[in-house]
Design a protein around this ligand. Structure first.
Ligand SMILES: CC(C)(COP(=O)(O)OP(=O)(O)OC[C@H]1O[C@@H](n2cnc3c(N)ncnc32)[C@H](O)[C@@H]1OP(=O)(O)O)[C@@H](O)C(=O)NCCC(=O)NCCS
Length: 190
């Protein structure tokens, strides 16, 4: 991998860890594993990473999938050695398995915004809006009509942002001792 690519994934992992750290299995891993996770999907058409930059510095990113089920378990299965060799990833996996609760959502869906984050110093400049715009362009090109995301209810900033962007809550459930919302947006085609 080229030095440019290495720096790119390092910058994405940095934002991911700083802004989403601890919220799930991947976010509890080290920056190295997080960067590795995104690199694994470099040329994948179903799991896509988009970034925005300001003067050459990565300001934020969105990672979304067209096929949500098995995303993390497949990553773990394919990279079990790296995970076992990384104390943070191993601990995070162990914790996730212990806390794992069999949960079935009432709504089934495939297309999901898995992660979106903007670096603190780049907030409120329209970057998240721009990232979701990029996602929708991609989904439109694939004739997809609807997409979802999950967010903690107490993440007021994010919930307000999604509502402003046209998402509506379709389900509420508890996860990791907190309330989570499943939100959905229908894409408008002219
Ligand atoms: C949520 C997040 C991605 C928003 O990023 P951002 O780049 O600051 O958002 P934008 O500047 O694109 O804002 C888009 C809209 O949301 C609104 N918005 C932004 N921050 C807001 C806030 N704190 N309260 C209310 N509305 C807000 C803006 O007014 C803007 O509307 P406008 O375009 O009509 O002016 C960012 O706060 C973040 O990275 N948070 C930490 C990670 C996170 O929680 N991710 C979501 C996990 S599900």
């Amino acid at each position: 991998m080229s030095e440019i690519n290495k720096e790119y994934y390092k910058a994405v992992a940095e934002i991911h860890k700083n802004e989403l750290g601890g919220s799930d299995f991947l976010s509890s891993c080290s920056k190295k594993i997080i960067g590795y996770f995104y690199r694994c999907y470099e040329k994948d058409e179903k799991n896509i990473l988009f970034t925005v930059d300001e003067k050459g510095e990565i300001a934020g990113f969105v990672f979304f999938t067209l096929a949500k089920d098995g995303l993390f378990s497949n990553f773990v299965k394919r990279n079990i050695l790296q995970i076992l060799l990384s104390p943070s990833a191993f601990y995070s996996l162990f914790k996730t398995m212990i806390m794992r609760k069999k949960r079935t959502l009432k709504h089934q869906y495939d297309v999901d915004i898995v992660y979106i984050a903007v670096g603190t110093k780049f907030r409120s400049k329209g970057y998240a809006r721009k990232l979701l715009g990029m996602v929708e362009e991609y989904l439109k090109a694939h004739l997809i009509c609807t997409y979802c995301l999950q967010v903690f209810k107490d993440n007021h900033r994010a919930v307000e942002f999604y509502e402003k962007y046209g998402f509506e809550t379709i389900e509420e459930y508890s996860a990791r001792g907190r309330i989570k919302l499943l939100m959905r947006k229908n894409i408008q085609y002219e």
